[in-house]
Design a protein around this ligand. Structure first.
Ligand code: NI
Length: 196
């Protein structure tokens, strides 16, 4: 089932999400619905707060990046298989010199801005079978995970921009929260004033 994606301005996106105590049939169903929702919106990652659930869960499928001919063969190989469910994750370490990349977010349609992040991460998490996993990653897979991880910490990529950049996009963000944006997937807008 495709779920509505929560738009910028909803308080759930600013909340630090809670750990998931145990596996359940509902959780497995939710994960399936999140994948359907993400693919329908052509996203490469989706975090539970974005569908209105303040729990520590996000999904990633960064395989579309594997088509990028500018990347090295080994990174493309990693990205081709970069599909995973992250439950109760912890980023243990981030290292290296920050690099910038133009990020977008399904909750903030039509805005892309350069965001600086460290290239290397070590992450521990439970997969969808609740088996403990650990990965060391870099490149685009790491970046998508960092973006999604921020979501469960209540942080949006727009929070990482300079105050100057934020001022420039302020009006656009306000419009998004009111539903004044063209988007071709289901969304829920926090400040929608009236229905047409
Ligand atoms: Ni996002």
């Amino acid at each position: 089932m495709i779920l509505p994606i929560v738009a910028y301005g909803d308080p759930v996106l600013k909340r630090k999400a809670k750990d998931i105590p145990e596996d359940s049939a509902e959780l497995q169903q939710l994960i399936d619905n999140m994948f359907e929702t993400m693919y329908n919106a052509s996203g490469v990652g989706l975090a539970a707060p974005q569908i209105g659930k303040s729990i520590r869960l996000f999904i990633v499928d960064a395989s579309p990046f594997a088509e990028d001919d500018d990347l090295e063969e080994n990174e493309r190989e990693t990205l081709a298989h970069a599909k995973e469910v992250f439950i109760n994750p912890t980023i243990l370490e981030e290292s290296g010199d920050e690099w910038d990349f133009s990020e977008g977010c399904l909750s903030i349609p039509d805005i892309r801005e350069d965001v600086f992040r460290k290239p290397n991460i070590t992450i521990e998490y439970l997969n969808r079978n609740f088996e403990p996993q650990s990965m060391e990653l870099d490149g685009f897979y790491a970046r998508v995970i960092q973006h999604e991880y921020d979501h469960i910490e209540g942080i949006l990529f727009t929070d990482k921009l300079s105050s100057f950049k934020r001022r420039i996009i302020k009006g656009k963000l306000s419009n998004i929260s009111k539903g004044k944006v063209k988007v071709d997937y289901r969304m829920r807008f926090p400040n929608l004033t009236k229905k047409r």
